[in-house]
Design a protein around this ligand. Structure first.
Ligand code: SF4
Length: 198
């Protein structure tokens, strides 16, 4: 038996490598789902179903489905709008605070998050909030930079046929991702045109 740890999971694909690494390091993780940020609700439910079936059929890990307080997200996070740093910090804090509450309630002493695998997240902000919230709940934050394993997680998720989203979760991130894809496509077009004109 390893050291019990509650692992906040943002989605199935992002859980693959953190779970493997934490197990290798001697932890015995239980996953905690609390992601009221994911919009629309249909997308939220799809990501949760993806996580649950992988956890049950492949990873053999228990999942605690905690509160998904969508009203709290709208009140505390949405007003930040397209101010990415302010919005994501508030979003991390909401989800990590609920994870810490569950960890305390269920008798865990260590906590971590799969958010630390994605290069699209604000790693330092997330790590700082995890440390602070864990300390205020009397927990030990297991802060690890899982980002070097993101490519491997993406490959494995594809091989497992897992659903993989193309935006972080909220409506603002969906709009930002769409704009970035348009900008990248336009840049490719411009580059092709410039090459032809040479
Ligand atoms: S981009 Fe992701 S982390 Fe940031 S507010 Fe939206 S859902 Fe939350």
């Amino acid at each position: 038996m390893g050291t019990p740890l509650l692992l906040h999971a943002c989605c199935g694909p992002c859980s693959l490598e953190p779970l493997r690494i934490l197990r290798e390091e001697g932890y015995d993780p239980v996953i905690c789902w609390t992601n009221p940020n994911i919009q629309p609700l249909q997308e939220h439910d799809l990501r949760l179903r993806t996580l649950l079936s992988w956890a049950r059929d492949v990873a053999k890990v228990d999942v605690i489905v905690a509160a998904d307080d969508r009203d709290a997200w709208e009140a505390g996070v949405a007003p930040a709008g397209f101010d990415r740093v302010r919005r994501c910090r508030a979003c991390y804090a909401l989800r990590l605070a609920e994870s810490c509450r569950v960890a305390r309630e269920q008798g865990f002493s260590s906590i971590s998050t799969t958010l630390a695998v994605s290069p699209y997240q604000l790693f330092d902000d997330c790590a700082e909030l995890l440390e602070r919230l864990a300390a205020s709940h009397g927990l030990t934050a297991v802060v690890q930079d899982f980002r070097p394993y993101y490519a491997q997680a993406t490959k494995e998720a594809r091989e497992l046929g897992m659903y993989r989203q193309n935006y972080c979760g909220c409506r603002f991130s969906a709009a930002e991702a769409t704009m970035q894809r348009h900008e990248a496509r336009d840049a490719r077009k411009r580059a092709r045109r410039a090459q032809k004109e040479r």
